[in-house]
Write a protein that binds this ligand. Sequence first.
Ligand SMILES: Cc1cc2nc3c(=O)[nH]c(=O)nc-3n(C[C@H](O)[C@H](O)[C@H](O)COP(=O)(O)OP(=O)(O)OC[C@H]3O[C@@H](n4cnc5c(N)ncnc54)[C@H](O)[C@@H]3O)c2cc1C
Length: 328
Amino acid sequence: MTERVLVVGELLTDRLSGSTVEAIGAGARLAGGASSVVGFLAGATARSRAPEFGRYGVTEVAILEDPACEGAPVAALVTAVVAAATELGTETILLAGTSFGRDLAGRLAARWGATAATGVTEITRVGSTLELRRPVFGGRATETRRIEGGRAVLALRPHAFPSATEAPCETRLRPIVAPAVPELLRAAHRTGLEASPGGAGPGLAEAAVVVSGGRGLRAPENFRLVEELAAALGAAVGASRAVTDAGWRPSSLQVGQTGKAVSPQLYIAVGISGAIQHLVGMMSSRVIVAINSDASAPIFKVADYGVVGDLFQILPALTNEVRRVRGQ
Ligand SMILES: Cc1cc2nc3c(=O)[nH]c(=O)nc-3n(C[C@H](O)[C@H](O)[C@H](O)COP(=O)(O)OP(=O)(O)OC[C@H]3O[C@@H](n4cnc5c(N)ncnc54)[C@H](O)[C@@H]3O)c2cc1C
């Protein structure tokens, strides 16, 4: 029997998140085609949004049309996803590498009797054995782990897997019957969702390009230099803890040990020294560019490209050049 992989969908407004599309791509490679991937969506819009999976060749979507799942805590989805996986007879659930996916992974694994892993960057199957790799110790080592048979719930690291290619097809809906969301979880539902200031760009954790600024910017008003470069590149804005502790920008932008972990295709660190607590949050970025006036700053040890110089001269020139090249 063909292996089927369940991919739990995460919606950003009315579209599947980029990380979900990457999970579909990973599932298709694992199971030998997108038609062996089954999508999952829950909430009042599950039926109308299911065709989003069909854009990537997924022919079947398990749905739970329970409005109580809308804005409910992640825990409210667990029983429904388990019901879908059990009904499909799948052994593997893939999740987006977002805080939603990481949160759901552990809960699902505990309920479903599965092995869980987060931050996964490679998956291969040999017979009934799943072999996966993922960075550990803040990116300073890569772990290889084998799951010999049995169920697996894997949350993938953003940008580690290529997105599924578009191959539009019809989707078949499979309504799931699941126990009602417990009263306790209904009581804790989300009542509002406002974008954070400066949050118009891509989300930090998912962004393909991140421009982060540090104390080298000297004053909060100078941080706009970072924001302007990010806007020109269509990048997300990040910050070191020195910046967020000083209140120049909100802590939601902090990258590092006590902030967000990011792994974009391109990370540009501006006026950031490269303390280990910052590095652990961005070291696994594909290409790292550092701009710093101190040639001995530790950030240059992890940078692929370094510019030693004054950010107040470099950033405006770089932003202008990006705008010119991109016709902005
Ligand atoms: C428990 C704990 C958790 C922590 N968690 C985090 C975390 O999650 N994230 C985090 O970032 N930090 C974290 N920190 C703090 C971390 O140790 C550093 O203090 C912090 O990262 C430093 O921020 P910075 O690089 O912006 O500032 P600095 O270390 O002061 O570096 C500023 C840099 O700007 C450069 N610079 C100055 N002027 C210019 C100029 N004109 N042009 C170009 N470059 C210039 C300087 O050469 C310097 O390298 C944590 C610390 C602790 C103890």
